[in-house]
Design a protein around this ligand. Structure first.
Ligand SMILES: *[C@@H]1O[C@H](CO)[C@@H](O)[C@H](O)[C@H]1NC(C)=O
Ligand SMILES: *[C@@H]1O[C@H](CO)[C@@H](O)[C@H](O)[C@H]1NC(C)=O
Ligand SMILES: *[C@@H]1O[C@H](CO)[C@@H](O)[C@H](O)[C@H]1NC(C)=O
Ligand SMILES: *[C@@H]1O[C@H](CO)[C@@H](O)[C@H](O)[C@H]1NC(C)=O
Ligand SMILES: *[C@@H]1O[C@H](CO)[C@@H](O)[C@H](O)[C@H]1NC(C)=O
Ligand SMILES: *[C@@H]1O[C@H](CO)[C@@H](O)[C@H](O)[C@H]1NC(C)=O
Ligand SMILES: *[C@@H]1O[C@H](CO)[C@@H](O)[C@H](O)[C@H]1NC(C)=O
Ligand SMILES: *[C@@H]1O[C@H](CO)[C@@H](O)[C@H](O)[C@H]1NC(C)=O
Ligand SMILES: *[C@@H]1O[C@H](CO)[C@@H](O)[C@H](O)[C@H]1NC(C)=O
Length: 578
């Protein structure tokens, strides 16, 4: 037994040794590169200790480093501080941005293929020109890293680059990247992905010709770049392009015709410009298109071309914030009977002065998952089509003036989000209206003209987490069915005609309660919560001393207790958040 084990161990040992000698799994750092990395680290400031693992002999196991497993050279340096943009300024213990300077010692990493310094904060320094000498780079991400000034043309030397991201969404006057003349860009002949969002290209009028030289490019992002866009392009060469984003450039011209020759295009974003003329019928040539965003222009003034119906792959169409004043929406029936009717999953046509009854062709869009028609002038009946895939329906802020159909659950069994607030809907809203809407999470019906009759025995869709019922006649009793909603996070019942005592369970029936608005009722409140983010209780009957409990609501950024009947002093602890 013992002998066998020793033999086995010996074999393992020999195998390991053999592997190492053959260089198959060598993964030990080169001394020159280790020194280069330490010099580079020396230049950085690292308040969060993100580089605390950068000690010891084997730099290949340091955080963010990868070495080639054959040669041991450092091939990857990933110090990106990746997190969602909306969390940009929420630093956790291990995500504080690096700052300081970028030491040219980096050039010691001659085999570096991948460099990511994104989402750090280099305080407005220029992108170092020497990065252009890291000749092996395939991947370069310097986005959101606090670089500013002229983008060095030396980057044009990176002829192997596939992926270049210099996007800079949190720019300011002292922290703004710009490009002067884009001739050098055309040198990046291997480029497949280019993101220059928020980089000023107003001094690079040749940008389109430069990009047109990339034979392989598949994604180009040029949002918020101060672009001028040429209408013509002699020969469209970048035909592998799948994604182009030209949004938010204040483009005034007609929608340029060369776009419609990019027949591989899957996503086209022209939103937030000032394109005036109608959508050209050539849009029908983009038969691979899946996402089309024309929001916030005036492209609909001339109508919607029939050829839009040919887009058999189109999933997502955003026409919101465009005026469509040319009368009868029913005339679009022909467009929406093309194959677009089977593919469309998202239709966003909010804030566009659409009027009349909901057009019948909406009922043909059987794949529809999300329909946004809020802030328009639709009147007449509620939306009443069988749309069995629909998950989100927002028809709030129109002037619908009939009653709510009782078979919502049969029409839209998959609904997760339903909002018909701020209309002129009439009749009585009862439990029957919500039967079968088992997946509902958001329900908004504030400010209509119907009476609400939801009995205390009602079992609401149990997954509801947001209820918005301002200006709805829910009272006079406190709606006790709320107690069944264990995941409720928003409870907004301002001016709901409630004249009652707040039940004892109210502050702990849900673990998720974040926003409570009970203002403009006649509610007697004697107990207060231990944790909430927003609490609005103005104009109620809260009498007596302001409760000390409230001292523990340290995260509370909004608290309104005005127009009640408090006596005594405001508790001392409120200095924390007032
Ligand atoms: C070496 O790296 C390559 C890619 O970098 C990988 O495909 C391969 O599996 C690795 N080999 C070993 C032995 O780890
Ligand atoms: C450009 O690349 C060449 C060859 O790799 C190199 O000799 C030259 O120094 C580089 N130029 C710059 C400005 O980095
Ligand atoms: C373009 O690349 C060539 C070699 O491939 C190099 O000599 C030249 O300096 C580069 N131009 C720029 C502007 O980087
Ligand atoms: C585009 O392709 C045409 C035809 O192949 C060629 O003549 C032209 O030089 C190319 N243009 C650019 C900017 O690469
Ligand atoms: C659209 O395609 C048709 C047929 O292939 C072609 O004749 C027309 O020129 C194209 N339009 C544009 C603007 O590319
Ligand atoms: C609904 O509103 C429209 C447009 O204002 C009006 O013509 C119609 O008579 C109203 N219908 C009802 C039932 O109130
Ligand atoms: C619709 O309701 C709004 C308030 O929600 C009201 O101002 C308006 O007069 C109503 N319109 C009709 C036609 O009833
Ligand atoms: C409440 O949320 C939790 C966690 O997301 C989930 O597991 C649970 O099923 C939810 N409860 C209901 C009734 O939807
Ligand atoms: C619920 O909250 C009330 C008031 O804050 C408290 O008196 C009661 O003990 C709580 N019940 C549970 C089960 O936590």
């Amino acid at each position: 037994m013992g002998v066998k084990l020793t033999k086995a161990l010996l074999l393992v040992f020999l195998y390991l040794k053999f592997s190492l000698c053959n260089g198959v799994s060598i993964n030990v750092c080169r001394e020159t590169e280790r020194k280069a990395l330490l010099d580079f680290k020396e230049g950085l400031k690292d308040p969060g200790g993100r580089l605390s693992s950068w000690i010891g002999e084997d730099c290949c196991i340091w955080r963010g480093i990868q070495c080639d497993n054959q040669t041991g050279y450092v091939v990857q340096l990933d110090l990106g501080n990746k997190r969602p943009l909306h969390d940009m300024f929420q630093y956790g213990p291990r995500s504080e941005p690096l700052n300081g300077e970028i030491n040219p010692a980096l050039l010691g990493l001659k085999h570096l293929q991948y460099l990511d310094l994104s989402m750090n904060f280099f305080g407005g320094i220029q992108i170092p020109a020497f990065i252009g000498s890291l000749a092996q780079l395939r991947y370069l991400d310097l986005s959101c890293a606090g670089f500013s000034g002229l983008v060095p043309h030396q980057l044009g030397n990176l002829s192997h680059l596939h992926h270049l991201d210099l996007s800079n969404p949190f720019y300011s006057s002292w922290n703004k990247l710009f490009i002067v003349g884009s001739y050098w860009l055309s040198n990046l002949s291997s480029l497949q992905y280019l993101n220059l969002n928020f980089v000023d290209l107003s001094k690079a009028p040749d940008w389109l010709e430069s990009l047109n030289t990339f034979p392989l490019v598949s994604e180009i992002y040029l949002s918020n770049c101060n672009l001028e866009i040429p209408d013509s392009l002699a020969h469209v060469n970048f035909t592998k392009l799948r994604v182009i984003d030209l949004s938010s450039n204040n483009l005034h011209s007609v929608v340029p015709s060369w776009l419609f020759k990019l027949t591989s295009l899957e996503s086209l974003d022209l939103s937030a410009n000032a394109f005036k003329e109608l959508i050209p019928s050539a849009i029908g040539n983009l038969t691979s298109l899946r996402v089309l965003n024309l929001a916030n222009n005036r492209v609909l003034e001339g109508g919607v071309p029939l050829s839009l119906g040919n887009l058999c792959m189109l999933n997502s169409l955003d026409l919101s914030v465009n005026k469509y004043l040319h009368g009868d929406l029913n005339e679009l029936g022909e467009v929406f009977s093309g194959c677009i009717k089977d593919s469309l999953e998202i239709l966003n046509w909010a804030i566009s002065e659409l009027t009349g009854h909901f057009p019948d062709w909406l009922g043909n869009l059987k794949s529809l998952k999300m329909l946004n028609l809020y802030v328009n002038l639709f009147y007449g009946p509620f939306l009443q089509f069988r749309l069995h895939s629909l998950k989100k329906l927002d028809i709030s802020r129109n002037t619908l003036n009939r009653s709510v159909p009782v078979n919502l659950g049969q029409l839209y069994p998959k609904l997760e989000f339903l909002d018909f607030a701020y209309n002129n809907l009439t009749g009585v809203l009862t439990e029957a209206h919500f039967a079968g809407l088992a997946k509902l999470q958001h329900l908004g019906f504030s400010a209509n003209e119907f009476r609400v009759d939801l009995g205390s025995q009602w079992v609401p869709p149990v997954g509801l987490n947001r209820l918005a019922m301002w200006n709805s006649k829910l009272g006079p009793g406190f709606p006790s069915w709320i107690q069944k909603l264990e995941n409720l996070s928003v409870a907004a019942f301002s001016n709901a005609g409630i004249s009652d005592t707040l039940p004892g369970w109210f502050w702990n029936f849900s673990k998720n309660l974040q926003l409570v608005d009970l203002s403009y009722n006649d509610i007697k409140v004697s107990q207060f919560p231990a944790y909430l983010e927003y609490l609005l209780l103005s104009s109620n009957k809260i009498a007596g001393r302001i409760p000390e409990t409230l001292c523990y609501l340290k995260k509370l950024p909004a608290l309104d207790l005005s127009k009640n009947q408090f006596i005594g002093e405001i508790p001392y602890c409120w200095n924390h958040f007032l």
